[in-house]
Each structure stands twice: as C-alpha cells, then as structure tokens.
Design a protein around this ligand. Structure first.
Ligand code: MLT
Length: 419
C-alpha cells in the first residue's frame, strides 16, 4: 500500500475477513499498490478463532466470552474445555472431561525414573519441557500425523492431566521433598496444591480461597493469541510434530525471560528495593529519571495501550488473597506502594504505565507460597489449554508447514579465493 510516498506491506490473508473488510480492489484504486503477502500466513497473520485481543480497548475474549466473566464464573477446567473444543461444556460434558483428566493424572513409573535423574538444582522448566517431550516415548502412537479425533482427544486429556503432576514434582525436586502422587478425590486445582504442598507427616488443609485464586490465575493465563510460545507451538506442530513435542517446544519458548519471566523480574525488583532499605519514592523517582537505567518491572504492556484487562481481575484476586490470608510481607507492602504510585502519579497515568498481569501474579504466587523459580511453570500450567487449542486448530484447518519469510541481508556475491 503506497501512502504519502511511503510503501507499506499489509499482512492481509487472501479470502480472510481482513481482506473483505479492506476491499482490496477499492483500496488499490484509491491508493496505489496493494501487496497480498502470503508469507505472513503462518507467522505474522495466522488466522485463528480462539482468542480475541484488542490492545487499544483492553479487550480479551476466549471464543467470544469476556475474560472477566469467565474468571468470575468458571473453573479453569471449564475454560480449558471452552478453548480446546470451542464451546462451553454442559454439565455432562464437563463432568466427563474432569473425570477423564482425573483418571490420567498418574505418570508412568518409568517417567519417574527419568525425573529421578535430574539434579535438585535443575530449573523446574528444564524438567517440565523434558518430561512433557518424553511422553512421545511413552505414547509412541502420538507422533502419527494421522490420528483420529478420539486419539487426539486422548493425547489432550493425558497432557492436561499429567502436566500438573509433573509440575508439582519439579517443585518437590527443588526442595528435596518426597513426591506426592495425585489424589483422584480432588478437583484439578486442589489436587495440584495438594501435590505441591502436602507432606506425608502432616495433615494438609486445602484452603478454598487459594483454590479460587489459583483457578482465576490459570484462567487469565490460558491463552493470549499469537505470542512467542503459542506461535512456536503452531510452527512446530505445522511440521506434523506430536502434541507433546509441540507443547514441549512452547514450554521452552515460555522459559525465555522476555516471555515468561516477567513476574519473576517483578519479584526480583521488589527484593532489590527491599535490600536498598525499602524506600519506594526513591525508586519511583529513578523510574522517572531518563538518565537512570532503572526500570519499573510489571508496568505497561507491549500489546495493551490501556489497562491490561487481566490485571484488573488479578488485582482484585490479589487483594482478596492478601486480606484473607492476613499476610504481613514487607515485599508485598513495597508492591502495594508502587502500585499506588503508578495508579495516582500523573507521570505514570499520562504514559499509561499501569501495573500489568505479571505484577500481580507474582504477588499472589508469593502469597500462596510458590517460589519464584516456579512462576514460569505456573504460567505453562495455565497456558496449556491455549497451546492445545492452537495446535488443534492449526491441524484441523490443515494448515501448511510454517516457513517464516526471510529477508536476506548478507553479501551479494563473493568469489572464492584459495588460502
Ligand atoms: C502473554 O500472556 O502471552 C503475554 O502477555 C505475552 C504477550 O502478549 O506477548
């Protein structure tokens, strides 16, 4: 598209709603050249009917349902069903989905042998991505590109079920604690908390307020359309790689600090402020000073130009969890002061540097006793239904293998000269 002497390349997919809305012919007549760039097909402009995100308006919807309503009214398993199958389940469908997941939470004892080989200092994400990929070895039929709908469903169920057991074990490994096997009398989130925090020597009481907060956190992280890990899952899956292999690749992408590490950075920033004496006004001033390299972590978002819709919900959940548990944590006090400054100080208001989802999620995780090394694992646990839905959609649409476009910037032509 040529406008005011400048040429722009539009990521418009042939036959898409986008294309119809643009009315390419009319645009061409009015403005000059229009390029239909099919190279964007599997990268920049993937078609998807799963998650709608409007960064200007701060809108996030899963399959058309506002995230606020889902976080308020649903459980994580209900939202997982919605993302994966495209509709909210009726009671019978939900009961069956939950039952199937519960039945598959045990992992093969030989997976445990691999797990036992990891050093206790191993990062939980290294164990998680390895063991999720190892499921391809335990279920070799999962690598077939021609699976029936029922076989895909079984892989989906296994993955949803086993990830929570493996995730809880990664924590136990770091702590050097004995492992807990899943309890089939508990719902998804309660079972996860039980596997994380219970000891054989103590009676463990599952706190319903923590279960509710965890459901919300996982729902809020369940999908966020095309980002680094999600497009990785689609791209790897587009080569007909198995669901387990594709999701394992997504876990590695999420592990990158620029993607999944944001809430860990928030906690580390709060710790640095605490070590410095805890004076938040000093750090607010540093954040405003252009010549200072200090940056407030957990504020603003690359996509949202307004308040991240997830942050509004999670702020309420954080307030509730902190009040209910009566936590007196100096780090959380620092967080509350920074939040107050960002919401009221004109400098931050003008720049729309609102606290984002990562700011609050780290606070809740800390309040419920989840250490920072586990934050990305919690993100992966929440994001799994989104990854599955995106992988399934790409396969069901029979999308071609992804091949990101390259612009060559190297030498044009060189003659070989012998040394
Ligand atoms: C996400 O939830 O995936 C993140 O906010 C990252 C992103 O939007 O790229």
């Amino acid at each position: 598209l040529t406008l005011d002497g400048k040429t722009y390349s539009l990521p418009v997919i042939e036959g898409s709603e986008h294309e119809k809305a643009f009315d390419i012919g009319k645009l061409r007549d009015q403005t000059g050249y229009v390029t239909l760039d099919s190279g964007y097909k599997n990268t920049g402009a993937t078609k998807s009917a799963i998650t709608f995100l409007d960064g200007e308006e701060g809108i996030l919807r899963y399959r058309g349902y506002p995230i606020e309503q889902l976080a308020e009214k649903s459980t994580f398993i209900e939202v997982a069903y919605l993302l994966i199958y495209g509709k909210l389940p009726n009671q019978a469908e939900l009961d069956n989905f939950s039952l199937q997941i519960t039945k598959h939470t045990l992992v093969h004892e030989d997976v445990r042998k691999i797990f036992d080989g990891f050093p206790s200092a191993a990062h939980p994400m290294a164990i998680l991505s390895s063991l999720i990929c190892s499921l391809t070895a335990f279920y070799p039929e999962s690598v077939s590109p021609d699976l029936s709908k029922e076989e895909i469903d079984l892989n989906v169920i296994r993955l949803m079920a086993k990830i929570s057991t493996i995730a809880a074990w990664t924590y136990k490994n770091n702590m050097g604690h004995p492992l807990n096997y899943p309890r089939n009398d508990l719902d998804y989130c309660s079972n996860f908390l039980y596997m994380m925090f219970s000891f054989p020597t103590e009676k463990y009481e599952i706190d319903p307020r923590i279960v509710s907060a965890l459901n919300k956190l996982l729902i809020l992280h369940a999908d966020h359309e095309q980002n680094c890990s999600t497009s990785t899952v689609r791209l790897v899956g587009s080569a007909n790689a198995s669901l387990y292999g594709s999701v394992s690749a997504g876990i590695n992408a999420l592990w990158g600090p620029l993607h999944g590490g944001a809430n860990q950075e928030v906690l580390e920033m709060l710790q640095a402020i605490q070590r410095d004496g805890g004076d938040t006004s000093k750090f607010i001033a540093k954040a405003k000073d252009k010549n200072d390299s200090f940056r407030l972590m957990g504020f603003g978002h690359r996509v949202y130009k307004n308040f991240d819709p997830r942050a509004k919900i999670i702020k309420k959940a954080a307030d509730e969890v902190l009040a209910a548990l009566g936590i007196d944590d100096p780090l959380l006090k620092i967080a509350q002061e920074l939040e107050q400054a960002a919401l009221t100080d004109q400098y931050f208001v003008d720049r729309k540097l609102y606290p984002n989802v990562d700011f609050y999620s780290g606070i809740i995780y800390r309040a419920i006793g989840i250490p920072t090394e586990m934050f990305t694992v919690m993100f992966a646990l929440g994001r799994l239904p989104g990854w599955i839905a995106q992988w399934k959609e790409m396969r069901e649409n029979k999308e071609p293998i992804g091949r990101p476009r390259q612009i060559y910037t190297g030498e044009t032509e060189r003659d070989y000269v012998s040394i």
